[in-house]
Design a protein around this ligand. Structure first.
Ligand SMILES: Cc1cc2nc3c(=O)[nH]c(=O)nc-3n(C[C@H](O)[C@H](O)[C@H](O)COP(=O)(O)O)c2cc1C
Length: 311
C-alpha cells in the first residue's frame, strides 16, 4: 500500500482532492497536522480540511500535533463522530519551535512523559484506530528504542517511521539500515517513509522490506511516482497531464480563497519540489519565484510548459 505524507501548507484538502482527480496509485492520504483542539467544536474542526463532505473518510487520515492526552482524545472523538476509522499523532515534526515544547519530534526525547500520554490516550479512546508518525529520535537515533515496549504493548494500528533524527531536519539521508533494525523488534505494522524520489530507490527499499510505504517529497516532485511504482500505464501525454493538474489545482485554490493572490504562496511551495521534474529546474524556479500577482503567475506557468520538458 502507498500513502501520501502530510505537508503543512501544501497537501491540504484542495491538493489531495485535485491530486486524486488527476493521478492514481495512492491508497491513503494523511492530513497536515491539526493543532489547538481546545474544544469539541474548535474552529479548525469545522472546516473543509476535515469535513466528511470534502474528504473520503476511508482514505484520509487526520493528523494531530499535541502533547496532551486530553486534547488527543478530544480530537479522536471528533474524528470518530465524523466517520473516520483512523487518526494519527505527529511525533516527527523537527522544527525547534515545535519540538522544544515537547511536541512533534520533541515527544521522542521525553519517553516517560510520552509513554504515559500514549497510555492515557488508549484508555480514553474507543472505536477508532490510532497510529503515529515518528523519527528515530530528536537528539539521537537510539531514542526510539525507549518506545519499543510501548509500541508493542499498546494497540497502535501502524507506526510510520521516517529514519532520520529531528536535529537533522532534512539533511543527510534517511537510513534504511536503521529502519530495518527496527523491523524484528516491533510487532505492529511498520510504514517506511523517507527519501523515495525514484522508482529505482523504491525498488531498493522494497527488496529489503515488505512493508507499506509513505511517499513524500518524491511524490510532490513527480506526481506520477505512485503510478510508476504500481506500473500503471502513464506514458501518454505526461506533460499535458501535469499541466492540467497544475492549472486545476490553481483554479481550485483560487476558488477556495475567494480569488486572493495569497494562494501564490502555496503554489510556490509546491513548485519548489515540482521544478525538479523539468529539464531545467533552476530556470523553472526562477520564473515562479519572482511572481507576486495572479496574472504573472499564470504567465509564468504557461511559459514553463511551453519552454521546458519533463525529464
Ligand atoms: C514543508 C513540510 C511540511 C511538513 N508537514 C508535515 C506535517 O504536517 N505532518 C507530518 O507528519 N509531517 C510533515 N512533514 C514531513 C513529511 O510528511 C515527510 O515525513 C518528510 O518529508 C520525509 O519524507 P520524504 O523524504 O519522503 O519527503 C513535512 C515536511 C515538509 C518539508
Amino acid at each position: 500500500m502507498l500513502s501520501l505524507a502530510p505537508f503543512q501548507g501544501i497537501t491540504d484538502v484542495v491538493y489531495r482532492n485535485i491530486f486524486k482527480k488527476h493521478f492514481r496509485g495512492i491508497d491513503k492520504y494523511y492530513t497536515p497536522f491539526f493543532t489547538g483542539i481546545q474544544k469539541d467544536n474548535s474552529k479548525s474542526l469545522r472546516g473543509e480540511e476535515i469535513s466528511p463532505d470534502f474528504n473520503d473518510v476511508n482514505t484520509v487520515v487526520p493528523q494531530i500535533l499535541s502533547n496532551t492526552a486530553e486534547e488527543i482524545i478530544r480530537f479522536a472523538n471528533q474524528c470518530k463522530s465524523m466517520g473516520y476509522p483512523e487518526f494519527n499523532l505527529n511525533m516527527g515534526c523537527p522544527f525547534p519551535r515545535v519540538a522544544n515544547k515537547t511536541r512533534g519530534c520533541g515527544l521522542m526525547a521525553d519517553p516517560d512523559r510520552t509513554t504515559k500520554m500514549l497510555n492515557d490516550v488508549f484508555d480514553g479512546i474507543d472505536g477508532i484506530k490510532f497510529s503515529i508518525k515518528c523519527r528515530l529520535g530528536y537528539f539521537n537515533d537510539e531514542e526510539i528504542y525507549a518506545f519499543i515496549d510501548t509500541f508493542n504493548s499498546l494497540p497502535f494500528s501502524e507506526i510510520i517511521v521516517h529514519p532520520r533524527i529531528g536535529k537533522q531536519m532534512y539533511t543527510g539521508e534517511a537510513s534504511l539500515e536503521k529502519f530495518m533494525a527496527l523491523v524484528p523488534k516491533i510487532n505492529k505494522p511498520l510504514v517506511y517513509n523517507g527519501d523515495i524520489f525514484t522508482l529505482a530507490r523504491y525498488n531498493t527499499i522494497l527488496s529489503s522490506l515488505s512493508c507499506d510505504i509513505m511517499l513524500g517529497r518524491g511524490l510532490l516532485t513527480n506526481p506520477f511516482l505512485a503510478e510508476e511504482i504500481k506500473q500503471i500505464d502513464n506514458q501518454q501525454d505526461k506533460k499535458q497531464r501535469l499541466h492540467n493538474f497544475v492549472v486545476d489545482l490553481y483554479v481550485e485554490r483560487l476558488h477556495h480563497a475567494g480569488g486572493s493572490p495569497k494562494i501564490i504562496g502555496s503554489m510556490k511551495e509546491l513548485w519548489k519540489y515540482m521544478m525538479n521534474i523539468f529539464d531545467d529546474p533552476q530556470n523553472v524556479w526562477r520564473k515562479v519565484k519572482k511572481v507576486n500577482h495572479l496574472d504573472e503567475y499564470e504567465t509564468a506557468v504557461e511559459n514553463i510548459f511551453n519552454e521546458y520538458n519533463l525529464i
